[in-house]
Design a protein around this ligand. Structure first.
Ligand code: ZN
Length: 333
């Protein structure tokens, strides 16, 4: 294997080891470290070879599974699309592995969400040897996080509203055409049909959510990941923490949410698949609300789960919202 930017790779591994306190000495000067480094690279390469075919097609890496699903729909069979993070992974605070970096160094294009979602991605991309990168939210006017310690920062979860996802598609098509100009017609045709499906989903969301009684139109989640959905479909939102992070659960945040639930008489509250629902179940118990089940937001589910595609994800969440807020009955999932 040939690395085009060995210095970048070297500094990534150095950072990687220092971060995890595996080694606190200079990597270059220690033979043992070199042996370990080589072993890691070789083992990464062998699994990488199994994952990726012989590069007959350009390789596109996305930062998380939802973007990979969108990208595959637009790419058809012209491009090989993989997600760096796996199903169920927490994308906000993800720590790339040496194997991720080997993959990235082979990529022809990296696709990011932006809006501060993947804080790890910029350094990662640079370490991978400056692979061309596109940011799907580029040019979009973001919603800002209100209150709490993240106040004023853009909310990154724009893919949760189908009308905003259309914006992602335009940026993706532009990036794919630049990567593979002869696929232009195919990308544009796939984009037209994917956008039509998003518009159908938009109508379905609007129709279903409009039937929820006005006093129950409050979506309570663990992370404030539904701001675009609630904003675009006429709902209010409340959450335990604004963005998934290490110190997300605090007694103050729990108490504030319990008060909102009691004041607004919210019948059902929810949490997401990539975080622990423990604190939210406690909030439900203390506030008298039902726990309505697990939403998918920052990751798809596995293929045999309820949300293997973005459309399945949206419809799964919609079903839980409808059941939880129309009737107030817990789904206990
Ligand atoms: Zn999130």
């Amino acid at each position: 294997m040939i690395f085009t930017n060995s210095n970048s790779l070297f500094s990534f591994f150095n950072d990687f080891f220092s971060k995890f306190n595996l080694m606190d000495f200079n990597f270059k000067k220690n033979n043992l470290a070199f042996v370990f480094f080589t072993f890691l690279l070789l083992s990464s390469c062998s699994s990488f070879k199994q994952d990726i075919d012989k590069k007959e097609k350009p390789l596109v890496l996305t930062t998380f599974t939802i973007l990979a699903d969108i990208a595959r729909n637009i790419a058809g069979d012209r491009l090989l699309v993989h997600s760096i993070t796996k199903v169920g992974a927490e994308v906000h605070g993800y720590q790339p592995t040496p194997s991720d970096l080997v993959k990235a160094s082979k990529a022809d294009l990296i696709v990011e969400n932006g809006l501060g979602l993947e804080l790890w991605a910029r350094k990662f991309t640079k370490s991978a040897g400056n692979v061309p990168t596109i940011v799907l939210s580029e040019g979009m006017k973001p919603l800002l996080i209100e209150g709490d310690s993240y106040a004023g920062k853009p909310n990154p979860h724009a893919w949760m509203s189908p009308l905003r996802t259309i914006h992602y598609i335009d940026n993706l098509v532009e990036g794919f055409i630049e990567l593979d100009p002869s696929g232009r017609k195919i990308y544009m045709r796939n984009a037209i049909s994917y956008k039509a499906r998003l518009l159908e989903l938009d109508k379905e969301l609007r129709r279903t959510l409009s039937k929820i009684p006005i006093n129950k139109k409050v979506l309570v989640t663990c992370e404030g990941a539904f701001s675009y959905l609630t904003h675009d479909y006429g709902m209010d939102e409340a959450y335990l923490w604004p963005v998934n992070a290490e110190s997300q659960v605090t007694p103050k945040r729990m108490l504030n949410l319990i008060n909102v639930i009691k004041e607004r008489k919210i019948p059902t509250i929810f949490c997401e698949s990539t975080v622990s629902a423990k604190a939210q179940i406690e909030v439900a118990r203390s506030s008298g609300a039902a726990f309505g089940g697990t939403f998918y937001v920052d990751s798809l589910s596995s293929k045999d789960g309820p949300a293997p595609t973005l459309f399945d994800l949206q419809r799964h969440n919609l079903r839980l919202i409808q059941k939880g807020l129309e009737s107030g009955i817990s789904q206990n999932q």
